[in-house]
Design a protein around this ligand. Sequence first.
Ligand code: ADP
Ligand code: MG
Length: 721
Amino acid sequence: MNFSTPAQELPRIGTIYQQRLKKLGIKTLGDLLFYFPERYEDLSRIKKIKDIKINEEACLIADVMEINQEKSWRKKMSITKAFVQDDSGIIQIVWFNQPYLSKSIRKGNKLLLNGKIAIGKEGAYLSSPSYEKINSEKELNLSDAVHLGRIVPIYAGTQGLSSRWLRYILKPLLSAFKNKIPETLPKKILDKHGLPGLEESLWQIHFPDSIESAESAKKRFLFEQLFFISLSTLQKKIKLLETKAPSFPANLPLIKKFLKGLPFQLTEAQKKAVWEILQDLEKNYPMNRLLQGDVGSGKTVVAAVAAINIIKAKGQTVIMAPTEILTKQHFQTIFNFFKDFNVNIGILTGKTDKFYSKKLKSDTIEVSRQKLLKMVSDGKIDILVGTQALIVPSRKKSAEKNKVKFKNLGMVVIDEQHRFGVKQRAVLAGALPGQPIPHFLSMTATPIPRSLALSIWGDLDISVINQMPKGRKKIITEIVEPDRRKKIYDFIRKEAKEGKQTFIICPRIEPKDPEEQKKSNWFEKIEMKTVKEEYEKLSKEIFPDLKMEMLHGKMAPKEKDLIMKNFKKKKFDILISTSVVEVGIDIPNATVIAIEGADRFGLAQLHQFRGRVGRGDFQSYCFLFSDSGAKKTNQRLNALAKYDDGFKLAEMDLKIRGPGDFFGVKQWGLPDYAMAALKDVELVSIAKESAKEIIKGDPSLKKYPIIKRRLEGFEENVHLE
Ligand code: ADP
Ligand code: MG
């Protein structure tokens, strides 16, 4: 028997129970042992019979003096009566409808009992207590007890799988493994951090001697998860160091010239990020850097400095953005940055068939996709901007022909989307195994809290732009109580009359279907303002004098594109939308964003919505509508109103909502307790340090075969991407 022994081969588990276990995802012995209790109940305090009070629940240890079964014909009920005694007195027990008891409990048995004292015709009695037989031969040792007389584990079971059954199964399994469970963590790490060993922890988490020892067992398991997360990311980092990348020494005169040509000066934070990136590019292994900065902090220009450095060394840069609109915006911005340089920029999206290339001091040249691809593969395009279409060519027959091939790809820049791994990077570069792969820069406005950055994204180096360009005004943020709604609508009208524009964000597209509606609670019913309903209401009743459009995820991409374009061209005043409005979209003329059902969104997301305004020179506003929460009680929305620092908000979000909201963390397959552990900066740091110590000088873990095997297993189940 070992951890991977299937549940059906374990003693006492029949087919019905196997099915029920499966529902909890428990297929093996290991799954079972690692199915941890949700909480504990302290039943360890034993009372004397003479001390227990009427109606009070109490735990006793007593010997059975007599046990009999009676049938109450009138009530069609079986009654089991017993008398038990301890050294302080005697009490009667009455069990209803448990006829088998008179067979399993015998005179002379020693019992642990837990129940309430009631008063009947014949005086006080213990009413249907739960019981556990204990070995009366041996000296009494309550840590041998399973269900009573100790701190008892309570599991989040499923129907038909009680905590009692799980205890009944788990205790003998743990006993069978006494002194046989191999330790997975090195002793020096356990000792250093005062963590209990694996076997001890498994015992203590299921059948703890004290709440404290249950806690330290739990800490050990949390630590272990974080330790393996860290090992996995550190190993990736080390592998990357062994990979080759083209080196691009910093061309300082060129960079100075580029910066001089800009209509603004870089902020200190931007300069620092530029410097960090330039140093990475000089190395002959690939940069793997995340550039974090709030919306509007100026990430694009930082990427552009890196690009110019690469271009002059005959390398190409590809910039990938999540949507067509953003791609076009980048193309335009980059084109403006490089207008005094001899740089060819191409744009490639999946949706249209037309492709452009702008060349220095000439007009846009429109080329066919084939021509553009040829220019890219000949190395004539220095910067290619594109959507996902860059790496996911259509499934058409012509797909192979339409694949992007670079001549000398030096850097991949990904804007605002999940980072992607080494493999895809190699695909983009068209690199064969063992060949150099490009440097990688990922840009995001979603701030990543420190504990997550250290652990799951620990293989990334991070640059932070924590400073806004000069002159940006703070966006005024206000939680709007229901009675002030009309005032806000008036304000939106006033702004519109002055030529400014407004975003209104709603949580859903259309009303729920009636079936779904029935299931949801009242809170959802009032809260789920939908785009379609709001559009109808606002355009007819509130703003008949203004021009309004709506936008949502079910619209065709072309339609969405057109609406965004028209909004940018000021063709209408109000855009009502679901959360699909692109993160980076630049509408400098929009000064108001109003968010319906604001408390349904995470803080980080709200902060991003807010970043859609305040891009121009005008004072901008963010209004948070929340019918459910009064201003006073709404801690999260208050935080948003108070702080404009995305990092601070992200840290708070992590504490309140857990890490599931950050990128795709939910889909990675981490166990719940690991997700919880990710909030704990201190434990994360300790785990990371320990992982470093282990892997330092022994990246393939030759000295730690057990850890190596566990890590492989971990990586099979968990996908940190
Ligand atoms: P984001 O970080 O959200 O991607 P952008 O790169 O789109 O931000 O920059 C937002 C705007 O700020 C752009 O118009 C850009 O030209 C401008 N910008 C960038 N850096 C500075 C700066 N240091 N001073 C003034 N404006 C800047
Ligand atoms: Mg951007």
